[in-house]
Design a protein. Structure first.
Lengths: 393, 295
């Protein structure tokens, strides 16, 4: 009997090490993910200092706010949100806990009312809101480019891609890197004869929404391969080819680890992982490098925002210097708040994000909202009510 | 000895003996290889995590929270360490009394069908993947009361409960029947026998089992993803709010892709292993001490 209990405890001692080992391996994997290849040399459009917008048009601070807030949503905005919440805690002593669970999960948590606010790079549709516990105020927080990143060790400058070519790659109709379609766009680049490894998101993702929205607008092949426009755009896609990665983190790691890999991710993740990414052809026909400035150009011409700010800005600009795959990311907050302290804290925090928070966006490779849109977003905060009266003065 | 005395018999036995010796050598070698593989894997994990972790870990790692910018160096996992201790502490407070109680019932009082059912369901509970436990707590608790450290404690308590119940049951079974009979013969009641004789005798084993369950819970990540959710940047000591735990923090830092965050993840892994080893060592120490005092 003594021997038996010794055997049992030996096994049990080993048990706790198992999850640690698993985490260790995944960390090892993504560490190897940094290819070390420098990103494309900045195009003149992206060079120079990004001037902080310096907005001062926020709402007056609401007193009696809670000392902590709970949020969850898109991985797209997670690095930015982390910087915001740390800075906001320093200045206003409110702890905003944000977990990057993906836009789909962010919307689901809002519907289940398990968080104080949600976040998504695809706004909640009417049918999404119908599943929620009341009307939802949606306000854009920041914008950013979705880049087409790839892992071709020999190629350190941005390849040129157009929507149709990217659409064919992700539809599985272009399978090698030296395909004539890619060569035609990059006549001066010696593209290797490597199979293409497509990487897409495995979770419900706003980044997927922005990317598939672009493909649907630019690539007839993509639309027909997916079986129509209702199936070719969304937070989840029935991918014809490729492997799935969870979150922007997962996609960037998978692209970094697979020679010949290609995937789509938010710019700051590609920068952090040293991934090379493509210059994408815009509506004006020029190949544009994604960066803070070219993403700003993508929304600069928009003036007719709808009152609920649910607008699709992907690939709408005709500006010659606009990066086409640029998307907004929305905060999702219940309009009819019931807890005075939470309501005040929510208004105060998003007021910070929309004013001072915009000034730090470019330091993390995010693009501040344009002045017109920012003004409307502050207006959205005024719609949040507590027992029928607006929270913001 | 017999070899010398009976050369004829020795001659006859030789082929069979040689076969047995060869078999013995092969089996011993196989067992040694198995031991080497098992210990080698453990040593590999410890050494590798140690090397990666030691280059980052420092006193300030244990007393500071992560920086807001995930790409920035420095900072630490204080919030996760504190959160893990609180969440696991509460889970232990729930699981140990319930588990010990269930085991006492099964061994000392239970009979027939109910006892069989408890043992069966306990075994089933041990086998449930912990992510399912997390999903269950999400459905019944989080959807009503939101994400919180306490929700994580409930999930971990469900993970720990069957382990505690099982080890306690095994230990109580090891208590000689003569001790119980002696106690009852001297006029002690059933409950006095259980509380004064059986439990103290089995205590070292129960403590060890409980500590192993605690160690297991410290490393659990899956059930916490759906219940505690995490609180990356801030120290939150109130279990009714969202908290960070060390396991969640290792996971979220490891998958980011930021080199500095991954370095913090390794240091966190080292911290977690250290905490688990310390807890195990403490359990062994107390287990031995209690045993000596009883004898």
């Amino acid at each position: 009997m003594g021997d038996r209990s010794t055997g049992r405890s030996w096994f049990s001692v080993m048990l706790p090490a198992i999850p640690v080992l698993a985490v260790g391996l995944s960390a090892c994997g993504s560490g190897a993910g940094s290819s070390g290849v420098p990103s494309a040399t900045p195009s003149p459009l992206c060079a120079g200092v990004n001037t902080p917008p310096g907005h001062t048009n926020g709402v007056a601070s609401v007193s009696g706010g809670a000392s902590s807030l709970s949020g969850a949503g898109g991985t797209f905005v997670a690095p930015m949100m982390s910087i915001w919440s740390a800075a906001y805690n320093t200045s206003d002593h409110v702890q905003v806990a944000y977990q990057s669970v993906g836009s789909g999960a962010g919307i689901a948590q809002v519907q289940a009312a398990t968080v104080d606010f949600g976040e998504s790079d695809a706004f909640m549709t009417d049918s999404d809101i119908a599943k929620a516990k009341g009307p939802v105020v949606q306000t854009p927080l920041v914008q950013a480019p979705v880049v087409v990143a790839y892992n071709l060790p020999e190629i350190t400058s941005g390849l040129h891609f157009d929507g149709e070519t990217v659409g064919k790659i992700f539809a599985g109709q272009i399978t090698t890197w030296n395909d004539p379609a890619i060569k035609k766009l990059n006549p001066n680049v010696n593209v290797p004869n490597l199979p293409i490894a497509v990487v897409h998101r495995s979770d419900g993702s706003g980044t997927t929404f922005i990317f598939s929205d672009f493909l649907t607008k630019e690539s007839p092949t993509w639309v027909s391969a997916l079986g129509g426009k209702d199936k070719s755009v969304g937070k989840t896609i029935a991918w014809p080819v490729g492997i799935g990665g969870k979150g922007n983190e997962g996609v960037s790691a998978a692209v970094g680890q697979n020679s010949g890999g290609i995937g789509y991710l938010e710019l700051s993740y590609a920068v952090a992982q040293n991934l090379t990414y493509a210059d994408v052809k815009n509506k004006a026909g020029s190949f544009i490098q994604p960066c803070v400035k070219t993403a700003a150009n993508a929304t600069a011409g928009i003036t007719d925002y709808p009152p609920d700010l649910r607008i699709d800005v992907v690939d709408v600009s005709t500006d010659a210097d606009a990066y086409p795959i640029t998307g907004l990311t929305w905060a999702l907050v219940y309009q009819k708040q019931t807890d005075a302290a939470k309501a005040a804290a929510l208004v105060n925090f998003f007021n910070y994000v929309l004013t001072k928070g915009q000034d730090v966006a470019a330091t993390a490779d995010y693009t501040p909202l344009g002045a017109d849109l920012q003004k409307l977003c502050v207006g959205q905060l005024r719609k949040i009510t507590l027992n029928g009266t607006p929270v913001a003065a | 000895m017999t070899d010398v005395a009976l050369p004829a018999a020795r001659f006859r036995q030789r082929p069979a003996l040689r076969r047995r010796r060869t078999k013995n050598a092969v089996m011993t070698a196989l067992l040694l290889v198995a031991v080497a593989l098992a210990l080698g894997a453990l040593a590999w994990v410890l050494v590798y995590v140690g090397i990666r972790g030691f280059s980052v870990i420092s006193p300030s790692f244990l007393t500071h929270n992560p920086p807001g910018n995930p790409a920035a160096p420095g900072g630490g996992f204080f919030n996760g360490i504190a959160g893990s201790l609180i969440v696991v502490g509460i889970a232990t407070g729930i699981a140990v009394p319930l588990g010990v109680g269930a085991a006492i019932y099964v061994v000392e009082y239970g009979r027939g069908r109910l006892r069989g059912a408890i043992r069966f369901f306990n075994d089933v509970l041990i086998g449930i993947p912990t992510i399912v436990t997390g999903a269950f707590v999400y459905a019944v608790w989080v959807t009503r009361f939101g994400f919180s450290g306490f929700a994580g404690s409930i999930a971990l308590a469900v993970v720990m409960l069957p382990l505690v119940a099982r080890t306690t049951e095994e230990m109580l079974r090891l208590v000689p029947t003569e001790l119980r009979e002696g106690s009852l013969a001297l006029g002690a009641t059933r409950s006095q026998t259980v509380l004064r004789i059986c439990l103290p005798t089995a205590l070292p084993g129960i403590i060890t089992g409980g500590m192993l369950a605690v160690a297991r819970a410290m490393g659990e990540t899956a059930p916490l993803l759906l219940t505690v959710l995490g609180n990356d940047l801030f120290t939150q000591l109130n279990p009714l709010h969202r908290m960070e735990t060390l396991s969640l923090q290792i996971f979220s830092n490891a998958v980011t892709g930021y080199e500095q965050a991954q370095a913090r993840g390794w240091a966190g892994a080292l911290t977690l292993i250290a905490i688990v080893l310390i807890l195990t060592a403490v359990a062994r120490f107390f287990g031995r001490r209690v045993q000596v005092e009883n004898v």
